[in-house]
Design a protein around this ligand. Structure first.
Ligand code: URA
Length: 307
């Protein structure tokens, strides 16, 4: 049996360990019921001991809410449980971690991304960081490749022409931009030449640029814990999911993104370039597939949108 002193020391060690993991970018840990029960026992003992000694309960910010935002040991670490999230329409109503806690953790990731030495050290990306937008507690997350000129100007992803098309697609799904979470793999607009005279010209990120930055979008996925990720276009598909080949072949299948289901569709800028109704129809089919995966209601009108 653990004594109150053991309990206090155990909690302090646990708190240190969690803070280290948080510092290393780990945002979710999974605990077995048995471990949670043992933790609750330790916490109760430490509290009782502190009260008996007339002291405040031991400090353990990182372990204050074990059932919702819990702790290792390492053997217990596992991906977040997507089944415990609300539907997109009710996002924010009853999630595992309060959205405001998620917002703070996302802000910490944005801060790290802003100072990403590896990204900036490449010398091929511009200076302004463009992070993400939307609901930190969203069930549905869109991931693109990198910001363009308009995104850089407004410091928000997907606000240029491709972003406006993405917004229409989201609205046709019966959602709003603020219901979903929208991010990019690379957080800086890729330079063309030395970046000084590139005007509004954009380019997709190179593999080494995505390799330098992908840890941030992975950390975002860990915090938001979406039920479904939509990778927009071949560059995001390869950079995030490690899938080579064509988007056409990867469509219509649920892939695995570190434990989170993910699907692939064409990038909205490809739709703008190709202009073809058949590509637009395919993207819409992918969105219906996404809605089915999320258990969202689909109206007849939505089903027949392209008929
Ligand atoms: N294309 C992307 O991939 N991301 C943006 O934010 C804008 C355009």
């Amino acid at each position: 049996m653990a004594t109150p002193e053991d309990a206090g020391a155990g909690l302090a060690a646990l708190s240190r360990h969690l803070k280290e993991r948080l510092g290393a970018g780990v945002t979710h840990v999974w605990l077995s019921e048995e471990t949670k029960e043992r933790f609750r026992g330790l916490k109760a003992k430490a509290r009782a001991s502190a009260q008996a000694a007339g002291q405040p309960a031991p400090d353990s910010d990182a372990v204050r809410t074990p059932p919702t935002d819990p702790l290792p040991p390492a053997a217990d670490t596992a991906p977040p449980d997507p089944a415990s999230k609300p539907r997109p329409q009710s996002a924010g109503a009853a999630s595992r971690t309060p959205p405001e806690g998620k917002a703070a953790r996302l802000a910490a990731i944005a801060e790290r991304a802003e100072h990403c030495a590896r990204c900036r050290g490449l010398g091929t990306l511009r200076d302004t960081m463009v992070f993400a937008t939307g609901n930190p507690d969203a069930d549905l997350m869109f991931v693109g490749e990198a910001p363009g000129a308009e995104e850089e100007r407004q410091r928000e992803p997907f606000v240029g022409p491709a972003g406006q098309l993405l917004t229409k697609i989201i609205e046709t799904m019966g959602l709003r931009r603020q219901d979903v979470y929208i991010s990019n793999i690379v957080k800086f607009r890729p330079k063309i030449g030395d970046g000084t005279d590139q005007g509004s010209a954009n380019r997709p990120p190179e593999p080494e640029e995505m390799a330098a930055a992908v840890e941030y979008v992975r950390a975002e996925i860990g915090v938001v814990a979406p039920k479904l990720i939509v990778a927009l276009g071949g560059t995001a598909m390869t950079g995030l999911l490690g899938i080579d080949g064509s988007v056409g072949r990867a469509r219509g299948t649920v892939h695995d993104c570190g434990g989170t289901p993910a699907i692939v569709t064409y990038h909205p800028s490809y739709l703008l370039r190709s202009g073809g109704k058949s590509e637009k129809r395919k993207v819409w089919e992918d969105m219906l597939f996404a809605m089915e995966q999320l258990g969202m209601p689909i109206s007849e009108r939505q089903r027949r949108f392209f008929s």
